[in-house]
Design a protein around this ligand. Sequence first.
Ligand code: S3P
Length: 425
Amino acid sequence: MELKKVRSMHGEVTIPGDKSISHRAVMFGALAKGTTEVTNFLQGADCLSTISCFQKLGIEIENTPAHIRIHGRGLHGLQAPVEILDCGNSGTTTRLISGILSGQSFPTTLTGDASIQKRPMRRIMEPLSLMGADIQSIHGNDCAPLTIHGASLHGIHYTSRVASAQVKSAILLAGLYADSPTSVTEPTISRNHSEIMLQSFGASLHTDHTTVTIQPEPCLEAQKINVPGDISSAAYFIAAGLLVPGAEILIHNVGINPTRDGILRVAQAMGGNITLLNEKKDGEPTADLLVRYSTLHGTVIEGDIIPTLIDELPVLAVMAACAEGTTVIRDAAELRVKESNRIDVMVENLSAMGVEIEGTEDGMIITGGKPLHGAIIDSKADHRIAMSFAIASLIADGITDIRGAECVNISYPSFYEDLKKLSVH
Ligand code: S3P
């Protein structure tokens, strides 16, 4: 897809539902008794993979434009699938469902696309095996396809080496089926959507610093869930509003859970003019974001803030490329095991646009301030890379040609239409 520089950006945009929360609504709805109704569900390919997996596990799910309805069958109501479960491109589907399947009385095989088949699964295989499940990587490389033989599980106290909500959630979900409480300690706190939503369904959880403990065998009850807009999708319009001269963008209904809002804190530390309006604090907090063109300066992004903006680091790298001075990103080695190796892919593509950037083991060093020029961008079929370079194209001279641009369907199917609506040529 060929994109070119804009004169400015103006207007309002409503961001589609949060991907993490949409996945969880389907999964927890399936394990609850009764019908869970979800509005503003993200109709992205990843969340549709979760729906399709649970349909194969015997759950009736109605998907209409107004809402989705999940006819839950209770904790022990899933049925053995007749087919392999296909998790597509979705790490959240693969890892969280593995936790649930570990507690079932039937075996399952799950797989996904080429990217999923390269992503590390040892991080869930180890704790789920310690709980008593038998999980095998079919090719013996600790990646999908996986076969999972569920078992009667034991509660464990697991200390995770990575701050990962997917790992934490997989263990907590297996903990629903265990014979005693299960707890997970992570090095720093990762997104807590599972904890918030499981509690609203009736599970008993307790959080103490970076440790979460769950009690087994709750009776989960169906809920009504309104999914807030995804801050990870809003991030592209936050960046556009800050970077494009004269821009002013109002972004409606964005989830600002403190375990996800690192992009706001870093953008403001870089000098970004972002005003939070209409803040709502019940359940998952939300706000409208008014973003205005700003002169940005470099910063250091490291430590505990990393998990709160992990998916936004590619677009933050684009912001850093346009900021005065140097930005250092460290403690973010996880970027190497996302949908693509996001450190290498950002270095390759930003360099092609004329940016001074160096990849490190666990991050990037970017010296900003030089004008960007258009280039051929290989998205590596990674949605966050494609969207980050669509934003870079808005301020780059000449044409930016994004290869594999359609991968935005994973998390934001209407991304290019929304971008076009806001663009002033
Ligand atoms: C997610 C957690 C994050 C994030 C991913 C979605 C989730 O992954 O990168 O896009 O829904 O739990 P990790 O928890 O593995 O860091």
